[in-house]
Design a protein around this ligand. Structure first.
Ligand SMILES: [Zn+2]
Length: 412
């Protein structure tokens, strides 16, 4: 693809700044929760941009927006895109970059007077972050038929409003059907949101898949008592059990090695006083692995340990699974294509799994899918200080252009 046109760096960077003004935080970054007024304004701006590129825009019943750049043949489109909602303390790049780079690819092709055989579509999906409505990746999950529309529309957010009400309110309850998308393939360009590429000085991450995730919640009921008068052997200390579960999770991840991760990110003790044995502890354990079998073993081991440890200390254990997604492996041929196109541009590449969830893992259920990562400075994301260097933003968009045109023009 040496003859491929070059994307317009200035236009891409300006568009990221422009979209970042919707829901802008005083010190930088954005607060643009899904289906908020700021999200509506950002959606309107993005849709205007799609129309300005003569793309055909459709909105589906869960508010996902698709814009089509027609091909020379009537065929299933090659799809790219991401999301434009952010967390409360979001940056300018998470999600937005993938959408705007997709539109930059179309703008570049259009200026060069080029049409591909298959259409190229650019989408943004509703509520990817999950910061207002859960689950996250809601729009893409509904799009691929992974969650019934009615259930998704009835989902109540942190402020009490439902997805359906808010879609109506902001004017994005669309008509296009959901559940069985006709898509040739899907490529999502995204910032890494982790430190690996930046640390190793690599230009492009070739994403092989998304790690599996399991969230457990343990509720431990012991007995509060006087810290000065209760002998150690007579205690039913929920705080102690929580601490032992925390240490076990850490040791489990080290023992498993490979890509096993374990995090206890939340522990609440009651009554949480210096001189009172904790009567109650509620805690979470976040387990992740690219190996689904290992993840299942880790979950079983955590439960087994928590059960034994609670019994040993006279504490009553309750548990809930808050989330569980199996690992996703992206399409090997598409992964290879991403690597090839990056290398043809003289860029360094590294194959890696995604540590975070992305819309691409949902699309992978219905069509060959893959992702392209660019480095995040210091691995910072979900933070107003989130940053990717301009030359990396430009390089990633150029790789996206070449992968999309290659896919959209291929024979067969
Ligand atoms: Zn994202």
């Amino acid at each position: 693809m040496n003859g491929a046109p070059r994307i317009n760096a200035g236009r891409l960077l300006e568009s990221l700044e422009a979209l970042g003004r919707f829901g802008a935080l005083p010190g930088g970054g954005t607060n643009r929760l899904a289906l908020s007024d700021a999200d509506r304004a950002a959606r309107d701006w993005t849709v205007d941009r799609m129309h300005a590129l003569d793309m055909t825009v459709r909105v589906d019943a869960i508010g996902n927006v698709f814009a089509t750049y027609a091909g020379t043949e009537q065929r299933a489109p090659v799809l790219t895109g991401s999301h434009i909602d952010t967390v409360r303390t979001g940056g300018l790049y998470d999600g937005n970059y993938g959408v705007l780079a997709g539109l930059e690819v179309v703008a570049t092709l259009r200026e060069a007077g080029l049409r591909t055989r298959r259409p190229i579509e650019v989408a943004f999906f509703t509520n990817e972050e999950g910061a207002r409505f859960q689950p996250d990746m809601l729009g893409s999950l509904v799009a691929v038929g992974g969650l019934p529309l009615a259930e998704a529309l009835a989902t109540r957010g942190i402020d009490g409003a439902t997805v359906g009400e808010e879609l109506q309110r902001i004017g994005y309850a669309g008509q296009a059907p959901v559940g069985a998308p006709q898509v040739d393939s899907f490529i999502e360009l995204h910032i890494e949101q982790g430190p690996v590429l930046h640390q190793q000085g690599v230009d492009i991450g070739v994403v092989e898949g998304v790690q599996g995730i399991c969230w457990l919640e343990f509720t431990l009921e012991g007995c509060s008592n006087h810290a000065g008068t209760t002998p150690m052997v007579l205690r039913r200390d929920a705080g102690l059990v929580a601490a032992r579960i925390t240490a076990f999770a850490h040791e489990l991840a080290l023992r498993y090695g490979g890509r096993q991760l374990a995090t206890v990110g939340a522990v609440e003790l009651r009554p949480n006083l210096v001189n009172v044995i904790a009567q109650r502890a509620v805690m979470t354990v976040d387990l992740r692995n690219t190996d689904g079998a290992a993840l299942a073993r880790a979950e079983a081991e955590m439960l087994g340990f928590a059960t034994r440890c609670a019994a040993e200390h006279g504490v009553v254990l309750g548990h809930r699974r808050l989330a569980r997604f199996d690992p996703v492996a992206f399409d090997p041929a598409l992964v290879e294509l991403v690597a090839q196109e990056a290398q043809e541009l003289g860029l360094s590449t590294l194959r890696l799994p995604s540590g975070a969830g992305h819309d691409a893992q949902m699309l992978a259920r219905v069509c060959p899918s893959a992702m392209i990562f660019v480095p995040s400075v210091d691995g910072l994301s979900h933070n107003p200080g989130e940053h990717t260097e301009a030359h990396h933003l430009v390089q990633g968009a150029q790789v996206l252009l070449q992968v999309l045109t290659r896919l959209a023009n291929r024979a067969g």
